[in-house]
Design a protein around this ligand. Structure first.
Ligand code: PLP
Length: 407
């Protein structure tokens, strides 16, 4: 493990060293997607330059190399999240597809008319809409777990909602809109005592702190490669083996079968049962390289660095008269704010003109925005390559935006 050195980390990310609108880029949109270190770019490049081939059923050297690297990547993910077996790691296109897989395949066997799915008010649309779709199909209901004024889940209300009709709880580990870290381990215990299963959307957690699926005690855990320094188009669904075994396949096609005839088809074993078609081989290899990169960093020091940046952003925001949207007890990576008197979209555009990339709008969390009674926020999201300079640039740019919009 190398010592945490933010300046060295910055050098690992080639994209950061460019000018945007004639200003050095300040990238504060990592909650949307993280940038990629050279090591990940090289891994994908090397694969396409040297090893590209379709995986499995290898009859030649390239196919063998591609298969070895692809299956090594699966084992890499398994170790990273402490999965008991690598067969429990299913490749998907990303968090969204992982959640759709569980909703469709597990929802179909678990839900009866009148059952309930609890989904938190903090969720991204990708952890709401798939549940609404399967609920409509099965005659079940999606019920929201409320939040308090700080932006934390109301755990008393959650416990009160957990009756015998609740079959599934779906919650994010970290909110992409507010940065709230949810107590998913405790929530899993509550869900299990009520006989429900818990699906955790880890899209925003995986890059910020270590995730141990066994320690969390969750039933499913979903995340995307691109939110953790890997490529887009690749993601993971982790599930408990017994549940994955019970679930029917999600999609039909090549790879997910054992035998096919017009009389009927038998399905492949885990994990292939859920991996119809040619997978994103380069994506999986790139994702494994990203996890290697992350694991080579002192994660406790990294977390302390990110926490320090967030605290500084909050303080500077107060000094600049910004209104932080909620103040969760525990938050990572996200400083969501409003500039009183200015529309978030205008703030975002004027920041971009100064080379500062933030995201504005509802952040795919419209029910949360409706609950807060706001159209959206300005979100500055922080990652391993951000530093205090980035924050000073952000707030210098904010001061100019204020002068422009409010005077
Ligand atoms: N869940 C959360 C909390 C997210 O922040 C995102 C993306 O922003 C997603 C799910 C969807 O991830 P993807 O688009 O990679 O499938």
């Amino acid at each position: 493990m190398t010592q945490f050195d933010p300046e060295k980390i910055r050098r690992d990310f080639p994209i950061l060293h460019q000018r945007v609108h004639d200003q050095p880029l300040v990238y504060l949109d990592s909650a949307a997607t993280t940038q990629k270190p050279q090591m990940v770019i090289d891994a994908v490049d090397r694969y396409y330059c040297l090893d590209n081939s379709n995986v499995h059923r290898a009859a030649h050297a390239l196919a063998d190399r591609a298969t070895t690297a692809f299956e090594h990547a699966r084992r890499r993910v398994a170790t990273f999240i402490n999965s008991p077996k690598s067969e429990q790691v299913i490749w998907t296109r990303g968090t969204t597809e992982s959640i759709n897989l569980v909703a469709s395949a597990y929802g179909r066997i678990a839900l009866q008319a009148g059952d309930k799915i609890l989904v938190s008010t903090l969720e991204h649309h990708s952890n709401i809409v798939p549940w609404q779709m399967i609920a409509a199909e099965r005659g079940a209901h999606v019920v929201a777990i409320p939040i308090d004024t700080r932006g934390d889940l109301d755990l008393d209300a959650y416990q009160a909602l957990l009756d015998e009709r609740v079959k599934i709880v779906a919650v994010n580990h970290v909110s992409n809109a507010l940065g709230t870290v949810n107590p998913v381990k405790l929530m899993a215990q509550y869900a299990h005592s009520a006989g429900a299963k818990i699906v955790v959307d880890g899209a925003q957690a995986i890059a910020h702190f270590s995730v141990d699926v066994q320690d969390l005690g969750c039933d499913f855990y979903a995340f995307s490669g691109h939110k953790a320094f890997g490529p887009t188009g690749i993601g993971v669904l982790w599930g408990r083996e017994a549940l994955l075994e019970q679930m029917p396949p999600y999609q039909g096609g090549g790879e997910m079968i054992e035998t096919v005839s017009f009389a009927g088809t038998t399905f492949n074993h885990l994990p292939y049962k859920f991996e119809a078609g040619t997978p994103d081989i380069a994506g999986a290899i790139g994702m494994a390289a990203a996890l290697d990169y992350l694991e080579n960093i002192d994660r406790a020091a990294l977390q302390a660095h990110e926490n320090n940046l967030l605290k500084t952003a909050i303080l500077l925001g107060e000094e600049h008269g910004l209104q932080r949207v909620c103040a969760p007890q525990q938050a990572v990576g996200v400083y969501s704010f409003l500039m009183p008197g200015a529309h978030p979209a205008d703030v975002g555009t004027l920041l971009d003109q100064q080379g500062v990339a933030v995201r504005t709008g509802h952040h795919c969390a419209q029910p949360l925005m409706a609950h807060l009674g706001i159209p959206g926020t300005v979100r500055a999201s922080l990652s391993i390559y951000n530093n205090l300079d980035d924050l000073h640039r952000l707030f210098a740019a904010i001061a100019k935006v204020k002068t422009f919009l409010l005077q």
